[in-house]
Design a protein around this ligand. Sequence first.
Ligand code: PMP
Length: 277
Amino acid sequence: QYVWAHDQLTPQEEAGVHLQDRGYYFGDGIYEVIRLYDGKPFLWDEHFERFARSAAELDLPFPKPLEHIMQDMLTLIEANHVHNGIIYLQMTRGVQERNHLYSRDMIPVITAFTKEEDVPSHLQEEGITLWAVEDIRWLRCDIKTINLLGNVMAKRSAEDNGCHEALLHRGHTVTEGSSTNVFMVQNGVIYTHPADNYILKGITRQFIQKLCIEKGIPFEETAFTLEDLQDADELFIASTSHEIVPVNHVSGTMEKTLPSRSLTDQLQQSFQERKLS
Ligand code: PMP
């Protein structure tokens, strides 16, 4: 297995990172996770568009043109013969003696790995439980930064309470999951938090929105509250690694059993048809 490090294909055991990388000191970097189906990257350009946006928002320059970085990542995928799995790539600001003030003359450090990983079809069939917990993250959740402590703590608390994923809410407003977007179905309408600074604008979320428009399913980028959720018919989460997964039950700061999953089933089916086409 190769990884991408030192600006080239590198055998995993030979790859190293510098102790003074700002990724270590400050979580000063960004990342993407992209799926591969039958060896083909899914929503490739969309992921790199978001990568570029995250970089721009953090005043992170690319060390080489984005198209060259994309080509490097394809080289890694080919070298590792990834069939069904993911590629993870990250870019940190680079190496500098520890100082909150970053200088602008550093060369950002890009690393990447691939992994064979099947989609979690058991979760997609059986559904999951969510743990509702206050969203304590910073106010730029739209940037896909590697600085993920709020997400990490929420995920742990979900697992510790026997749930698969967290349901984050700021006050009464539901934002998203620890690594997923969240969608509520009520009277045939899908609701999800608007893509503002409080959530990550998921690439899967974007794809689902497109599917809904094609199929004439009402899709509202309107935030919903914990109280709204009490009257929900369905709830599902979505992300690159999960695709679409129905929620059976929510506990934590609220308690709710979801009675249905018919629209979720329909979207799951369209997703499966479209991801290979
Ligand atoms: N929200 C958060 C906080 C995430 O970490 C992720 C996954 N990276 C998502 C939503 C889903 O995004 P995507 O569909 O692009 O994987």
